[in-house]
Design a protein. Structure first.
Length: 411
């Protein structure tokens, strides 16, 4: 009888703890709450001490025990005063009442003087407290400004920036370190993606180029049968469409993730280049291209911006009316932002279908899926490139058919 195998043992526990090590006395950690509590509590205590000291000095000055009496006894029972109004000849009760009124008036004057000076002291201390509090708050919150500036730099496609915050081990330093770790992982991910795009570009283009060369060589043979030539042309068209699809996918990946190298680019020049490339196709389809290209300089990548204009103009020419169609291409600066507008005649486009036009491989209807009209990535690439430049692209149906495509980019 065979021995029963022993049950598998549990894997050993790790000897290290992946969690963040806890300090021996976490309640002694100089957190932001404790620091702000100590800061503003100390400021309140100092301000209170100063205010009490000032009030005490003012009261001591107003009620100085060494000050002269408001009256003076002269010549026996006669009393004179330069401050109080005392009767020359009066009964003892009248004289006592006059002295009481004089003393009460002096006390009231001292209290009024104390109140006015205390208010002035309070106003001065309030101004000093607000100024000191503003300076201290700016000093305490300065790491947040540093984090914000780094985040803006990263949003501008600079993943190499790091915060590297120094100082006490509080919440702000923990936030900065976490943000730096996230940036490190993002940079590694984008670097790996760019490396993959480069490798995929080479691996996908090479067999397609070989197939195209072999097909062109066979088609150049005059003795080849007609059926073989027809098959070769069909395969060559299919291979060309595959090349367009690969180029579109690679460009879409690069425009979504690549760090855009920004240089001054004139949209007018970009639009003119796109019109020149589509001019022959427009003449063959009987579509007139018109419009005025005014200077509109942006900071961006000229090759990618030219791809936006080329895709929009190509779509406007290809998806047009059979006869009497036109495409209008204009560039201008509107409200301080460069704008590229491409309008065209064409079939009626429902407003609820506009968003679908920008999705990869999504088209409006069957007439937009012909093999001679691209691979369905033109508007997706245009939107991706516009977003990479910090701009946006929108589409609106024209009255009578066609679309108005508007690309707005930052200066």
């Amino acid at each position: 009888m065979a021995a029963t195998p022993a049950p598998p043992q549990a894997p050993p526990k790790p000897t290290w703890d992946p969690r963040r090590p806890q300090p021996p006395f976490p309640w002694l950690r100089p957190t932001i709450r404790i620091r702000l509590t100590l800061l503003y509590g100390g400021m309140f205590l100092i301000a209170g001490i100063l205010l009490l000291s000032i009030i005490y000095l003012l009261a001591a000055q107003a009620l100085n025990p060494g000050s002269d009496l408001p009256f003076k006894v002269v010549a026996g029972s006669k009393v004179t005063s330069t401050i109080c109004k005392l009767p020359d000849q009066a009964s003892p009760d009248e004289f006592n009442n006059a002295m009481n009124e004089c003393v009460n008036q002096q006390r009231q004057d001292a209290l009024d003087n104390l109140l006015s000076r205390s208010l002035l002291a309070l106003l001065g201390l309030a101004i000093i407290a607000f100024a000191f509090g503003y300076a201290m708050a700016g000093r305490v919150l300065s790491p947040l400004g540093r984090i914000t500036r780094t985040a803006r730099a990263v949003a501008g496609s600079d993943l190499s920036r790091r915060i590297e915050l120094d100082g006490p081990d509080d919440e702000l330093k923990e936030l900065a370190d976490t943000f730096d770790d996230m940036l490190e992982r993002l940079q590694r991910a984008f670097t790996a993606q760019q490396r993959f795009v480069g490798n995929a570009s080479h691996e996908l283009r090479t067999p397609l180029a070989i197939n195209r060369t072999l097909l062109e060589v066979h088609l150049s043979d005059p003795n080849a049968p007609v059926e073989l030539q027809q098959l070769g042309k069909t395969l060559l068209a299919t291979n060309e469409r595959s090349e367009q699809l690969v180029e579109g996918l690679l460009l879409l990946a690069r425009s979504d993730n690549q760090i855009v190298e920004r240089k001054p680019v004139d949209l007018a020049e970009v639009a003119e280049q796109a019109i020149d490339q589509v001019h022959a196709e427009a003449e063959a389809k009987g579509v007139a291209i018109r419009g005025e290209q005014k200077p509109a300089v942006v900071q961006g990548n000229g090759v990618l911006l030219e791809r936006i204009a080329l895709n929009l103009v190509q779509n406007a020419v290809r998806y047009n009316v059979p006869e009497g169609g036109w495409v209008e291409v204009t560039t201008d600066v509107q409200h301080g932002q460069p704008v590229l507008v491409v309008s065209n005649t064409g079939p009626v486009v429902p407003a609820y279908e506009i968003d679908n036009l920008f999705e990869p491989f999504r088209r409006l209807r069957t007439e937009r899926t012909g093999s001679d009209k691209g691979v369905g990535l033109g508007l997706s690439i245009a939107r991706s490139v516009a977003r990479a430049h910090g701009g946006h692209i929108s589409a609106q149906p024209r009255d009578g058919g066609g679309l108005v495509m508007r690309v707005t980019l930052p200066v």
